[in-house]
Design a binder for this molecule. Structure first.
Ligand code: GUN
Length: 285
């Protein structure tokens, strides 16, 4: 073991303390950030995520409401709820937990959320603003990756970042954020030839593919920063990332564990987005 561990739980706790302080300042001005979470159906993992989001709101002094709709809810019903939440002044952020049941068009639902309340950063206008470098609410997991890098003194500027994965939720937005931070960015995916050789060129290697323990020690340049966005459940029930942690930690300079690396940052960045949206709604910041 030579790599230093990037402690996502500790960094996440620090950011939550910062958010708590700002929330108290807003409270003194009569402003309380509000988040609405919408869950359709009874997927057990989604239920846990939704509970954790409501709990985070409570801990930070935010207002929150959770809308639980049955799995057979019609798309019209869901769109009508989003329409009401878009108009509701005490609500600054709207999060519709994904995935949605098959009969609902996910894109139509994301498009219906007001851009000002798009705390997931998934709306096409938010994505467009990120792409052209305008201010926008940033997707939570990619924003968390950037915070982990900056808060461990690993500024992306001038570095070669290789991102493995090109999903709309992580791979593409994290690549754009790294570019915005002045890294030179390569996006790799399942059709990239000789992935290990490409990965070995990275000063910052981000793995977001959903393949357990794909990245091995010989994929990593000695001293590189390795960020593991993967959360995979093994047959044993244990969680593991896209990086073979014990192997890669021998070569990496810095490495995120799974769990306890990127994971804790996602809800924290959701809270940060909700705070930002609340401030904007009141013409602050
Ligand atoms: N399901 C899994 N991750 C996410 C996320 O980041 N946002 C939403 N809305 N649903 C998810």
């Amino acid at each position: 073991m030579s790599g230093q561990i990037i402690d996502g739980k500790r960094i996440s706790d620090t950011i939550r303390e910062e958010i708590k302080r700002e929330t108290a300042e807003l409270a003194a001005r009569g402003i309380r950030p509000g988040l609405a979470v919408v869950l359709v159906g009874e997927d057990p993992a989604s239920q846990v995520y939704v509970r954790n989001k409501a709990k985070a709101c409570e801990d930070l002094g935010f207002y929150s409401e959770v809308h639980r709709l049955p799995a057979d809810t019609s798309q019209e019903n869901l769109l009508a709820l989003i329409g009401r939440l878009n108009e509701q002044t005490g609500i600054n952020g709207i999060l519709v937990q994904l995935p949605l049941p098959k009969h609902i068009d996910e894109k139509a639902v994301i498009d219906a959320i007001s851009v000002d309340k798009d705390v997931d950063g998934f709306h096409p206008v938010s994505v467009g603003n990120l792409t052209i470098g305008d201010d926008s609410l940033l997707p939570c997991t990619p924003a968390g990756v950037i915070e982990l890098l900056k808060r461990t003194g690993n500024s992306p500027a001038g570095k070669h970042a290789v991102v493995i994965g090109r999903s709309n939720i992580v791979g593409k937005p994290v690549s754009l954020l790294l570019l915005r931070e002045n890294a030179t960015v390569t996006i790799a995916h399942s059709r990239t030839p000789d992935l290990p050789a490409l990965a070995r060129q990275a000063d910052i290697l981000v793995a977001a593919v959903g393949v357990p323990k794909l990245v091995k020690k010989d994929w990593v340049k000695p001293g590189a920063v390795v960020i593991d966005v993967g959360i995979n459940r093994l047959e044993t029930g244990k969680l593991c990332g896209d990086v073979d942690f014990d192997d890669v930690a021998q070569a990496a300079g810095w490495i995120t564990p799974v769990p306890g690396g990127v994971g804790p940052m996602t809800i924290t960045m959701l809270m940060s987005n909700t705070l930002k949206a609340a401030k904007r709604a009141h013409g602050i910041g």
